[in-house]
Design a binder for this molecule. Sequence first.
Ligand SMILES: [Zn+2]
Length: 218
Amino acid sequence: MFTEVKGKPVCLLCGDSVSVMKEYNLRRHYETSPKHTDKEKYKNMDTKQKLQKVEELKRSLKSQQAMFTKAKSQSMAAVKASLIVAEEVAKSARPFTEGEFVKHCMIKVCDAVCPEKRQLFLNVSLTRNTVAERVQQLSTNLKQQLLGKGKDFIAFSLAVDESTDTSDIAQLSIFIRGVDSSLCVTEEFLGLRPMHGTTTGKDLYEEVSRCVNEMGLP
Ligand SMILES: [Zn+2]
């Protein structure tokens, strides 16, 4: 009453997997698991009936697994879709609440074009909290990518600009252009730093230094 799934023995009666494919382990599981309520029935079956039962149970296990795989790929697609929308929201500098409006439109379009897929669209979370979280994830990922590339830079240059935002706070923007040993050039935005105190040359220098250190650049 066992089948092999990805190298592991899986019990056909309860769906649990047993760690080792040895007769002792399988037998112990078969005889002791409290989930095997049908066990007594199999005792009176002949070999042919038993084999039939095994095939039947194998089929139902397979279809369960297929359903699980489908559900998993659908939920991954929903996460991917919400990341894609969050990226668009961030790139166009719209408020995170715009996700809710996009979702509203999406459902309307879905109802008109493919109403049978409504649930799939509903599964895409675009609440403002989700959008904020996704933008944060994208930002962290981009930073990590840049950190990774920065390690290979054999030389880099910085470009720095300063201006004030709408609330009169000085903002320092820092850009980097780096080159690795295979002469692959990366040009990226390194950081935007609000300057709350004074903005003397020393203040700017210190902020740039801090930014460079945080990126682990020499
Ligand atoms: Zn079992």
